[in-house]
Design a protein around this ligand. Structure first.
Ligand SMILES: NC(=O)C1=CN([C@@H]2O[C@H](COP(=O)(O)OP(=O)(O)OC[C@H]3O[C@@H](n4cnc5c(N)ncnc54)[C@H](OP(=O)(O)O)[C@@H]3O)[C@@H](O)[C@H]2O)C=CC1
Ligand SMILES: O=C(O)C1=N[C@H](C(=O)O)C[C@H](O)C1
Length: 273
């Protein structure tokens, strides 16, 4: 379904009882530009059948459902922070119903990303591994640093997240690697080193190394190290709350009001291209 761009956007949330789902529902409830129009969780999830805002101690009037068509019937846009297989199942129904999507899920294979690209020919989709304004500005800084530090600097990307995270390296770390490799006229696939153990030999020139830390309730830290001779440059971003991801997602919802179809990222939303 669609509505005029000046009316509040009717937003459904997938993974409604998850860490991001709850943060999004809270942000939508507090927003002037969006109304909560649906909430999804998968069959067997204990939140199904409960009010989507019950965790806030109040009622939204929207009941979490596992029935995709029921959850999407009143929505202009679905915000999806779940798992790749869940997002793709939701996307098939969104494409059929003409519901736009903001996809924050990470951990997709290249083949799965191609499916998202195909669906975006039918409905507008914003797809980004990190919705925060700060991270996307950091990506721009990395483009500049990668061009200026093309030779003589070894590049390592270090990320830390909470103990519940299931994919590694984070989608953001991979995006940082892609942005850097592209800014240097190369492909990340030709340069990435994801593991080191045992007798690794000396570091190979031009590689981009990744290191992953998992523990406790770390929301999301990313550092890119450019290690030269006699100096190091470190560009870091640290999230101390998930609120920034939710606010960025709502900006993406607003951006999609002006788009019919196509695949976009947060550089499009934030006008950083
Ligand atoms: N782009 C960005 O800015 C950000 C991206 N993320 C990404 O968002 C995703 C979710 O993160 P987070 O909220 O921490 O995760 P959670 O595990 O807290 O929440 C995931 C939610 O999705 C549901 N879910 C899991 N599998 C499926 C499925 N196959 N079909 C439908 N629903 C499913 C879960 O239900 P159940 O409990 O029943 O499994 C749960 O409600 C991750 O990929 C993460 O990397 C996170 C933060 C920011
Ligand atoms: O799982 C998370 O929590 C996060 N996932 C995203 C990622 O994989 O980059 C974004 C953020 O870092 C939090």
């Amino acid at each position: 379904m669609t509505s005029s761009s000046s009316a509040p956007r009717r937003v459904a949330v997938a993974g409604a009882s998850g860490r991001m789902g709850r943060m999004l529902i809270e942000a939508i409830q507090a927003s002037d530009g969006c109304v909560l129009a649906g909430a999804l969780d998968q069959p067997g999830n204990p939140a199904v059948g409960t009010d989507a805002a019950a965790f806030l101690g109040r009622a939204s009037g929207v009941v979490i459902t596992a029935d995709l068509r029921e959850g999407l019937k009143d929505a202009d846009v679905l915000i999806d922070f779940t798992r790749p297989e869940g997002t793709l199942a939701h996307m098939a129904v969104c494409a059929e119903l003409g519901v736009q999507m903001v996809i924050g899920t990470t951990g997709f294979s290249d083949a799965q990303k191609a499916q998202i690209e195909a669906a975006a020919q039918k409905v507008g989709i914003v797809f980004a591994p990190n919705m925060s304004v700060g991270v996307n500005v950091t990506l721009k800084l990395l483009q500049m640093a990668a061009q200026a530090l093309r030779t003589g600097y070894d590049i390592e990307i270090i990320e830390a997240h909470h103990k519940h995270k299931v994919d590694a390296p984070s989608g953001t770390a991979l995006k940082m690697g892609e942005v850097i490799a592209e800014a240097q006229g190369t492909r990340l696939a030709d340069r990435a080193v994801y593991e080191r153990y045992g007798h690794t030999g000396e570091r190979k020139a031009d590689t981009i190394g990744f290191a992953t830390v998992r523990g406790g309730d770390i929301v999301g830290d990313h550092t890119v190290l450019f290690a030269g001779t006699g100096e190091r440059v470190e560009i870091s971003h640290k999230s101390s709350s998930r609120a920034g991801y939710a606010q960025g997602s709502l900006r993406a919802v607003g951006f999609l009001a002006t788009q019919r179809a196509g695949l976009f990222d947060m550089f499009d939303v934030l006008n950083l291209k």
